[in-house]
Design a protein around this ligand. Structure first.
Ligand code: UDP
Ligand code: MG
Length: 315
């Protein structure tokens, strides 16, 4: 069985098109399919649309989270609930064309554990987003241990053992791109042209992207901490040398020490660096704190599989 996992957050504009395009594609496949939608706290009629479609099409399953937990949590819920021997992860907004699914399944049949979909083009994305994205990949790959393939999103196929491996990763701060890369497994990469969003609008903004970038950097590398150490060493070295020089100069030429302005400059600069490093440390400490709370990544309010007895898990 193939599970197609789709996180949904207020996507009622695209759901009808999504369902019909998915239907056309899955009909051609010779594997049974489970369409697993994870509703990430939508407050439009996404869920109603999906549940109505489910009456006609019993291979649809809707797992509703108790509130909006964010895409990464929704995907995590999907990975844990899917039962297929292979799993395809895709966005609801049709930026990842469902028509590519047969090619992905063919690669899986040929023995690939992961079929990565690499974007050849990014239609409908502003140049600012492209530049910041490429910069981000460059930074994170320089500093983190598992290298994250450039221009690949979450659109991918994963074999059962890959999904099981992912499900065993216990962290609460879920930076999926990095986790996928960390798990590894034999991978095939296919290229595709990424479409612009079919309808509705993106849920991302630069603040969220920055948060994600920070998450990515801090959860996959402690190298920034070492950078802080290095900065400290450099500053201390320079300070020591300068101090020695000043003492010698005073001994040889007598004392005349103007330089109020340069002193202020150095003091403010160095206290800035110090605050920055404390903040950096704080980022890591905060994440340790969140991890130690051991809270679940998401809460399922309702699962269309066990309709007879909707489970409401309260915190
Ligand atoms: N999404 C989600 N929870 C959120 C935000 C987004 O489940 O809090 C889903 C959304 O419904 C879509 C996918 O994540 O299926 C990608 O979102 P979007 O298209 O807004 O992001 P972009 O493609 O612009 O990066
Ligand atoms: Mg999108």
């Amino acid at each position: 069985m193939l599970s197609i996992v789709i996180p949904v957050h207020n996507e009622s504009d695209v759901i009808p098109t999504l369902l019909s395009r998915l239907d056309r594609v899955t009909r051609q496949l010779d594997v049974p399919v489970e369409l697993l939608f994870v509703d990430d706290g939508s407050h439009d009629n996404s869920v109603a649309l999906l549940l109505r479609a489910r009456q006609r099409q019993p291979d649809i399953r809707v797992v509703q989270l108790s509130r909006n937990f964010g895409k990464e949590a929704a995907v995590t819920a999907g990975l844990e609930h899917a039962r297929g021997d292979a799993l395809i992860l895709m966005d609801a907004d049709l930026q990842d064309p469902p028509e590519l699914i047969p090619r992905m399944v063919a690669e899986w049949r040929r023995g690939a554990d992961v079929v990565l979909m690499k974007r050849r083009s990014r239609a409908g994305e502003s140049w600012l987003k492209r530049i910041t994205a490429s910069l981000f990949y460059r930074v994170i790959n320089r500093i983190s241990d598992a290298s994250i393939p450039v221009d690949t999103g979450d659109f991918r196929l994963m074999s059962r053992r890959t999904v099981d491996a992912l499900n065993r990763l216990p962290e609460r701060n879920r930076y999926l791109k990095g986790m996928f890369a960390w798990v590894g497994m034999p991978t095939v990469t296919l290229e595709f042209d990424r479409d612009p969003r079919a309808a509705g609008k993106t849920k991302w903004n630069y603040l969220k992207l920055m948060h994600l970038a920070m998450e990515g950097i801090t959860s996959f590398s402690t190298r920034p901490l070492r950078l802080a150490l290095l900065l400290g060493l450099l500053a201390a070295g320079a300070g020591g040398l300068f101090g020695t020089w000043e003492v010698l100069r005073a001994l040889i030429f007598g004392i005349s020490t103007p330089g109020y302005a340069s002193m202020i400059a150095i003091v403010t600069f160095l206290s800035g660096v110090q605050l920055l490093c404390v903040g950096l440390l704080g980022e890591y400490v905060g994440r340790i704190y969140m991890e130690t709370k051991q809270r679940p990544v998401f809460i399922v309010a309702e699962d269309s599989e066990d309709e007879a007895q909707p489970i409401l898990t309260h915190l």
